[in-house]
Design a protein around this ligand. Structure first.
Ligand SMILES: [Zn+2]
Length: 322
């Protein structure tokens, strides 16, 4: 019980933080912003390959992507999106040249982690700044994106994996701190349906405990690399709008696995060969696998999905509870 109380306290702290960043996101969208919240992109990007909430499952143990995969041309130079103190230069998967990190702590307390920097390209000035705990300016050259050895969806996947960590150690959605991208395409709802035992089923009638799922996807500056939407919400039987989650932060605190198997239903995939997202509309952090508790008869739900810049789609679904 004490544990539950602590958890609720943490959850309410998290929501305070979310509200703060929502305000910032709205300011970004309307162009009324503080300059430090419209950070420049580290280079001219090709597209977004994964976002914070992307489902990752390469070896059977799913995890949240946590940051943005910013896709680049080969050997793309990287320029610091925020100035600050160089707090890490590290081969974080020791011996593997694909996994070098440069981390910078900015004056607002955010740590910006640049992953997949080519080691040989990291300038001596960055190494020296790290050794001395010195600051660098926004726009400082950090090195080049390492050549990624994998082709996926027909394109070589050179990318910078950018993570932003807040003062509370939680991952912050980097989109909220960056200049908005020219994305005018709304997310797509492919299907809405019934789930039993945490698995989508066919049909429009059901008895016993069940939940409702949505299969939805978004694209940012690309036609193939589908992403989970930024926000998922619904109205049940014409009731008030309920936000399942808005990915200003992850629902999982500082752990990049917590809740992922609750938020995503079975049948979801996310790897080099497969991207398909079945979202559990009954997800909450307090009852991650809650089910519908509805009277027998006809019911309807309207599902809404929204991207980071506010493009939005909606679709209804009707079913019968026996
Ligand atoms: Zn990544």
């Amino acid at each position: 019980m004490k544990f539950l109380f602590v958890f609720l306290m943490l959850a309410s702290t998290a929501f305070a933080h979310v509200n703060l960043t929502v305000t910032k996101a709205n300011e970004l969208a309307t162009g009324v912003l503080e300059t430090q919240l419209a950070h420049p992109w580290p280079f001219e990007l090709l597209s977004i390959g994964h976002n914070m909430q992307s489902y990752q499952n390469y070896s059977g143990e799913p995890y949240w992507h946590d940051g943005l995969d910013i896709r680049s041309k080969p050997d793309q130079p990287i320029y610091a999106a925020a100035g600050g103190k160089v707090v890490n230069v590290e081969n974080y998967v020791p011996g593997n040249p694909l996994y070098w990190e440069i981390a910078i702590l900015d004056d607002q307390g955010f740590v910006w982690k640049y992953h997949h920097v080519a080691k040989a390209s990291i300038p001596a000035e960055i190494q020296a700044a790290y050794a001395q705990g010195a600051k660098i300016a926004v726009g400082t050259y950090l090195g080049n994106v390492v050549r990624w050895p994998v082709t996926t969806h027909g394109e070589v996947y050179h990318h910078l994996h950018l993570l932003v960590v807040g003062k509370d150690k939680r991952y912050v959605n980097p989109f909220l701190l960056m200049m908005p991208l020219p994305d005018t395409v709304a997310p797509v709802i492919n299907q809405i349906g019934i789930a039993k035992n945490h698995r989508p089923i066919q049909g429009q009638q059901v008895s016993g405990p069940h939940s409702i799922f949505v299969d939805a996807s978004d694209l940012v500056l690309h036609r193939t690399f589908i992403l989970p939407p930024h926000q998922i919400s619904y109205r049940l039987d014409n009731g008030p709008e309920v936000i399942v989650w808005r990915f200003d932060t992850l629902p999982s605190g500082t752990n990049d696995k917590d809740f992922i198997n609750d938020f995503y239903l079975e049948g979801t995939c996310g790897n080099y060969n497969c991207r398909k997202f079945f979202f559990n509309l009954n997800f909450t952090t307090r009852r991650p696998r809650a089910t519908m508790n509805l009277a027998p008869g006809e019911h309807q739900i309207e599902v809404m999905v929204e991207d980071i810049v506010g493009n939005r789609s909606a679709r209804p679904f009707r079913w019968r509870v026996l």
